[in-house]
Design a protein around this ligand. Structure first.
Ligand SMILES: NC(=O)c1ccc[n+]([C@@H]2O[C@H](COP(=O)([O-])OP(=O)(O)OC[C@H]3O[C@@H](n4cnc5c(N)ncnc54)[C@H](OP(=O)(O)O)[C@@H]3O)[C@@H](O)[C@H]2O)c1
Length: 308
């Protein structure tokens, strides 16, 4: 635990008193300076060699605006908001500065800060991949590998909301959860070697990154689309090669911290079409316990930090 200076908002920034935030796989990666294959050098140069240069990690914001910069007209002190700070981080502190030009939206009264904190990380990743990059259409068959993590539970729900028929891959104990959020079928990867399945899907999203790209592609139809959410340089090169040598389309890259996505996720949650899957709640001073749970790589949905 450390004490840092209170944030002072710039002209287009607000200060948010945090109600809740999430500890994500991305935060754990940054803490460990553990980057996808091929990105260790640029990653360490960008965020810090052996540990992050930023003292406070965290990107997900869910709380109340307490101060606004001189040129902010979109929100006012007292407004409940949800959003993301991007590479600026800092969301695991009681108070955080957020740019209104980056990713910040109002939160309706019926949505709790804990629920809101689960939305941006997985939800923006799911919308970036399934809607923007893979263009999932109603009636298509979508396979989500890693369906019980924070990206996975969002992918299952977003694919279902886009009208797809979803199959989720997770371990047996998480099958009921994945079915409950909209998967028509669940495949237990601990009993079934999914790389050897004969079945084919229109769209395959891999949110784990442990299967070789060739095996992930084998799960897609000849003209299928494949999303490599968790990919390093070798997987990206294999994807580019597939794009020029086959009729499949392979996509990868960073998720978009997009306020329009967060607005839609909040709307779905408020109308009961989307559920916040909370693995565990931790007092914000118990950050180490929360990180240990994320490090297990077996969390279900989001690990949430709560603030008094
Ligand atoms: N491209 C981007 O911008 C972007 C954005 C967000 C995340 N990511 C990456 O996406 C990956 C997933 O992130 P996350 O936050 O969802 O992680 P997470 O919440 O830690 O995912 C954990 C889940 O993965 C499942 N899992 C572990 N091994 C598995 C296997 N062999 N097969 C199927 N499921 C398995 C676990 O299910 P069981 O407990 O049932 O095994 C657990 O529910 C990470 O590598 C992260 O870095 C990329």
């Amino acid at each position: 635990m450390a004490t840092v200076d209170d944030p002072v908002p710039g002209p287009r920034e607000v200060v948010v008193q945090q109600g809740a935030t999430a500890v994500n796989s991305g935060d754990a990666r940054l803490r460990q300076a553990s980057f996808p294959d091929g990105f260790a050098l640029p990653g360490r140069l960008a965020v810090g060699w052996s540990r992050p240069r930023k003292r406070v990690l965290g990107v997900d914001v869910a709380g109340t605006v307490t101060a606004v910069g001189a040129d902010v007209h979109e929100v006012a002190p007292g407004d409940r908001v949800v959003g993301q700070t991007g590479l600026r981080m800092g969301a695991h502190a009681e108070r955080v500065c957020v740019s209104v030009d980056h990713c910040l939206v109002r939160l309706p009264a019926g949505v709790s800060f804990e629920e809101a904190a689960t939305l941006p990380f997985g939800g923006c990743t799911a919308l970036t991949f399934l809607e923007a990059k893979l263009k999932v259409r109603p009636g298509e068959r979508v396979l989500v590998v890693g369906a019980s993590g924070s990206v996975g539970v969002a992918c299952v729900q977003v694919a279902r909301l886009l009208g797809a028929e979803v199959t989720g891959v997770c371990s047996g104990p998480n099958a009921a959860l994945v079915r409950s959020i909209g998967a028509a079928r669940v495949i237990d990867y601990t009993c079934t070697d999914i790389g050897k399945l004969d079945e084919r899907w229109d769209v395959v999203v891999d949110a784990v990154g442990r299967l070789p790209v060739a095996q992930v592609r084998r799960l897609a139809t000849a003209r299928g689309r494949v999303g490599l959410v968790a990919s390093g340089l070798p997987q990206m090169l294999a994807g580019l090669w597939a794009n020029v040598t086959s009729r499949q389309r392979v996509v990868f890259g960073p998720a978009d911290e997009n306020p329009a996505y967060v607005e839609r996720l909040v709307g779905w949650l408020a109308e009961g079409a989307y559920v916040a899957v909370i693995d565990s709640r931790h007092d914000w001073e118990q950050g180490a316990t929360a990180h240990a749970r994320v490090d297990s790589q077996h969390k279900r949905g989001s690990v949430v930090l709560t603030f008094p």
